[in-house]
Design a protein around this ligand. Structure first.
Ligand SMILES: Nc1nc2c(ncn2[C@@H]2O[C@H](COP(=O)(O)OP(=O)(O)OP(=O)(O)O)[C@@H](O)[C@H]2O)c(=O)[nH]1
Ligand SMILES: [Zn+2]
Length: 187
């Protein structure tokens, strides 16, 4: 990421809104904001497929579900956060089971990019399908968009739910509803 360009851009925003970037308490703000963008958009320079190269070779051809993965992403329309939880289920095939943390890392990398919730949901499913080649994948994301809470329509508390369903989860209604029940369970 081009830190100097980010610093310049933040100074310009401060000037444009009528602030003085030379004001004592604002002196370090452009650099802080530049570092913040580098951190919250760090997924732009990472490859989520690499995370799934770790395969544990476990003979498990049943549901593996990570639920309530905390999610912070950036809406690409307003560059404001959308915040929520991701639930990711897959059914391994041929012993291709990945480390649990690797699924959360895929969510992390793809969410730390300018996103829309639908695309983020689809991308998580696609990366897992293409790399692990499981029997199926199901991804559900529930999130609140600050662009709808703190500006614009100003309706806090709306949860947007998106899903992406692949393979056996799409073909088999029983597997899909069992997984949905597991995703909702315990809350
Ligand atoms: N489908 C989808 N829409 C999103 C997402 N994040 C933000 N949006 C919407 O993107 C739209 C952008 O609409 P525009 O009319 O171009 O922008 P705007 O005038 O700022 O819209 P308002 O938010 O309605 O004030 C808005 O309706 C947002 O709610 C997302 O993840 N998925
Ligand atoms: Zn937005």
């Amino acid at each position: 990421m081009n830190k100097q360009k980010l610093i310049k851009a933040v100074k310009m925003i401060l000037e444009a809104v009528g602030e003085d970037p030379k004001r004592q308490d604002l002196l370090e703000t452009p650099e802080r904001v530049a570092d913040m963008y580098a951190e919250i958009l760090s997924g732009l320079s990472a490859d989520p497929k690499k995370e799934l190269e770790v395969v544990l070779d476990q003979k498990h051809e049943e549901i593996v579900l990570l639920k309530d993965i905390p999610l912070y992403s950036i809406c690409e329309h307003h560059l404001l956060p959308f915040i929520g939880r991701a639930h990711v289920a897959y059914i391994p095939k041929g012993g291709r089971v990945t480390g649990l943390s690797k699924i959360a890392r895929v969510v992390e990398i793809l969410s730390r990019r300018p996103q829309v919730q639908e695309r983020l949901t689809t991308q998580i499913a696609t990366v897992i399908m293409e790399t692990l080649k499981p029997l199926g994948v199901m991804v559900v994301i529930e999130a609140e968009h600050l662009c709808m809470s703190m500006r614009g329509i100003k309706k806090p508390g709306i949860t947007t739910v998106t899903s992406a369903v692949r393979g056996v989860f799409k073909e088999n209604e029983k597997t899909r509803s069992e997984t949905l029940a597991l995703m909702k369970g315990g809350r």
